[in-house]
Design a protein around this ligand. Structure first.
Ligand SMILES: [Zn+2]
Length: 394
């Protein structure tokens, strides 16, 4: 394959400018959205800013083409994962081209796609679209698909709802029709401390946490052994996992406090709320009575860290046919990672697939990059969307 050079694609300037905003999820994203709004305004496209739940966090929704027709949503998130403690060969927020690749935080996940879309807005405007193209850019995707929710509320109130949604997360331009849903929880265990020589008179928070964790592990084994199956996923069943735990202060003290975090990642056939209810019921019916018999103030408390629905678009749906045509790639698949696509489909009822440039393998690590070849394939996809929207009515 002939390696592409920077001059062969038109989006690098915009991608580089987007990467220059440090939009790690803990930071506000107002500046990058203001930049995008000003860029669109310069082209005569008015964008709507949708406030998020936190100061300085906003979404942008803009429509190019005729209002009053459903149209196609091109969706992406403006936040990126942190670079703390990572060894980068260059400044992660100053994108640079080396050896046919553009390096920088967010190049693949997913400012590459955003830059490609924005670079083609002049082309959208010049093509006299019959079908509108909606740009839907969110925040805080990386911390549990939080930021897209206020925008979906606005979309749900639109007099004419979009017909289709393409989420440009990196899939190497393969159309992905599904991903698992997720629910993650933090469990706090309150025990009753005492000298360890008197252990039976206390309530050991670490041990009760461990019992509940063992119960969750048992559920994970059951899901693997007997649960629903979808062979299109690398891990073809729903999973349960405990990722963090802390508790206790000294070996000779029966610990009063312990907490841990766990998650379910589920196929559409499994309901994470039902699985969670099983955990809670075991804690409340089996473990808490033993704890409260010693001290009624002991027990479990629960905090949801995040949750998003899975995506399960039928492979024969119109959105899949169009996306594979635009991508020039008939293959479809399912991805292991979560996206905002599940929310567009489940909460807004908009048929959705995931299809974007670059490889998810390059995301969330130092020296994140997108190849210029993938940028070119992303550009070809967006041009195909525009060509369709210029000719057909949707
Ligand atoms: Zn992403």
């Amino acid at each position: 394959m002939v390696e592409l050079r920077a001059a062969d694609v038109i989006s690098l300037d915009l991608i580089t400018q987007l990467v220059g905003f440090n939009t790690v999820s803990r930071n506000p994203n107002r500046d990058i959205i203001d930049f995008i709004r000003a860029y669109l305004a310069g082209l005569g496209v008015e964008a709507r800013i949708i406030p998020g739940t936190e100061e300085g966090k906003v979404c942008l929704l803009a429509t190019v083409g005729p209002a009053g027709r459903p149209g196609i949503v091109l969706s992406g998130h403006t936040d990126v994962v942190p670079v703390d403690g990572e060894a980068w060969s260059s400044d992660p927020f100053a994108a640079e081209v080396r050896d046919g690749r553009l390096y920088g935080r967010g190049c693949v996940d997913m400012k590459g796609f955003l830059g490609i879309v924005l670079a083609h807005v002049p082309m959208f405007l010049a093509s006299n679209l019959k079908t509108p193209i909606h740009l839907a850019f969110s925040y805080d995707e990386e911390v549990g698909c939080i930021g897209v929710r206020p925008m979906i509320e606005v979309i749900n109130r639109m007099p004419v709802k979009p017909a289709l949604c393409f989420v440009g997360e990196p899939t190497r331009m393969t159309v992905m029709t599904g991903h698992k849903g997720k629910k993650s929880m933090r469990v706090t265990v309150r025990g009753h401390e005492c000298h360890s020589s008197l252990a039976p008179t206390g309530v050991n928070a670490v041990e009760y946490a461990a019992e509940l964790i063992a119960f969750i592990k048992g559920m994970a084994r059951r899901l693997e052994r007997d649960g629903a199956r979808d062979g299109a996923y690398d891990i073809p069943h729903s999973t349960a996992h405990v990722g963090r735990i802390a508790g206790g202060t000294a070996l000779n003290i029966v610990p009063r406090d312990c907490w841990f975090e766990f998650e379910f990642r589920v196929l559409p056939a499994d309901d994470p709320e039902v699985l969670f209810a099983e955990v809670k019921e075991y804690a409340e019916r089996t473990l808490e009575p033993q704890m409260k018999a010693i001290d009624p103030k002991t027990g479990f408390s629960w905090l949801e860290i995040g949750a998003f629905p899975g995506l399960d678009t039928a492979v024969d749906a119109e959105v899949v046919g169009l996306a594979t045509r635009f991508a020039g790639n008939p293959r479809t698949g399912r991805v292991a990672f979560g996206t905002e696509g599940g929310l567009f489909a489940a909460t807004a009822g908009i048929p959705t697939v995931i299809c974007g440039p670059g490889d998810i393998d390059q995301a969330h690590k130092p020296d994140e990059f997108i190849t210029l070849d993938e940028v070119a394939r992303g550009e070809a996809f967006v041009r195909a969307v525009a060509d369709f929207c210029a000719r057909e009515i949707l």
